[in-house]
Design a protein around this ligand. Structure first.
Ligand SMILES: Nc1ncnc2c1ncn2[C@@H]1O[C@H](COP(=O)(O)OP(=O)(O)OP(=O)(O)O)[C@@H](O)[C@H]1O
Ligand SMILES: [Mg+2]
Length: 292
């Protein structure tokens, strides 16, 4: 009896010690987890700060670039207009080169500025009522003077479904412009077809299909990321920054929509953007909506 009790007491002491050890271990783990949390918090703060700095730097830089670039563009236009007297053929060639490169540079600066604005949550979405036919005819007018390849036709199909939209037509046009410019850039022969189809009761899908070089499946995911360009003989001849599609994707998301790609290498590509027919207005908001 006596031995039983003392054995039990020993076992109890052992268990208590084990429990104490466990409690101590738990406490240590606990404080470890707390320290990790604190570290994560600090890192999240640092990351937020870094992203903010990057956006601000991009915004300032792009803004500061705009003035000199537009001065170069206007001066080359003046020279080409012979305001300061005649030009030799060679001078004209060189000034045209200055003009095209500075235009490309200005476009790149605009894209960078837009991206910085999107990242900083400073893009204003201004929804308004507009008709799809008007959007298409504005785009058609814009591309008429730049269609130089006689082997490619640009077709705007008659829009299907609800013709009246309540969304930001300028942002939508910006997305479609990039799709169309890309399609024209990467299509040597055939057609570029722009269409609008109401894909569900409240969603409209705009698509730009081309019969160009196409994009292999492995790149479909990456193509919408910043600065991604795919190596091809055409790419080597052309400039561009690889920002157009990532900007388009972000703009589509701000409009409450999505972008998509279907493409087969060597056959052609279809880029599409689906947006709500009626931009969802937050309760009580009117006119311009500020997107954070
Ligand atoms: N219609 C297309 N057919 C084939 N490849 C395409 C097509 N559209 C885009 N791409 C590929 O995706 C890349 C990224 O396109 P994105 O519009 O982002 O950049 P970019 O046109 O090269 O330059 P930027 O638009 O900034 O001037 C292109 O460089 C090209 O490799
Ligand atoms: Mg582009």
């Amino acid at each position: 009896m006596e031995t039983d009790v003392s054995e039990l007491r020993d076992q109890l002491a052992l268990k208590t010690e084990e429990l104490d050890n466990l409690r101590q271990e738990l406490e240590e783990t606990n404080s470890g987890v707390l320290a990790l949390y604190a570290e994560l918090d600090t890192q999240a703060d640092q990351l937020r700060h870094a992203t903010e700095l990057k956006s601000r730097f991009l915004a300032y830089m792009s803004h500061e670039f705009r003035t000199p670039v537009s001065a170069i563009r206007s001066l080359s236009r003046l020279l080409l207009d012979r305001v300061d007297g005649p030009l030799t053929d060679e001078q004209e060639k060189q000034i045209r080169f200055i003009q095209t490169t500075s235009t490309e540079f200005a476009e790149m600066v605009d894209d960078l500025l837009d991206l910085a604005k999107v990242e900083a949550g400073r893009v204003e979405i201004s929804p308004a009522w507009f008709e799809m036919v008007d959007l298409f005819s504005a785009l058609r007018g814009m591309y008429k003077p730049v269609l130089i390849n006689p082997d490619v036709v640009l077709i705007f199909e008659e829009p299907h479904g609800d013709n009246l939209l309540y969304n930001d037509d300028k942002k939508l046009a910006q997305i479609l412009r990039n799709f169309i410019s890309n399609a024209l850039k990467f299509t040597l022969k055939g057609e570029v077809r722009v269409a609008a189809v109401q894909s569900s009761e409240d969603v409209i899908t705009f698509s730009v299909s081309d019969t160009g070089i196409g994009i292999s499946e492995e790149f479909h995911g990456a193509i919408f990321k910043d600065f991604v360009q795919i190596d091809s003989p055409i790419q080597k001849r052309l400039r561009g920054t690889g920002l157009g599609l990532s900007l388009s994707k972000r703009l589509a998301e701000l409009l409450g929509g999505t972008v998509a790609l279907e493409s087969t290498l060597g056959r052609g590509s279809t880029f599409s953007v689906s947006v709500p027919l009626r931009f969802p207005l937050p309760q009580g908001a009117e006119g311009g909506v500020h997107c954070e």
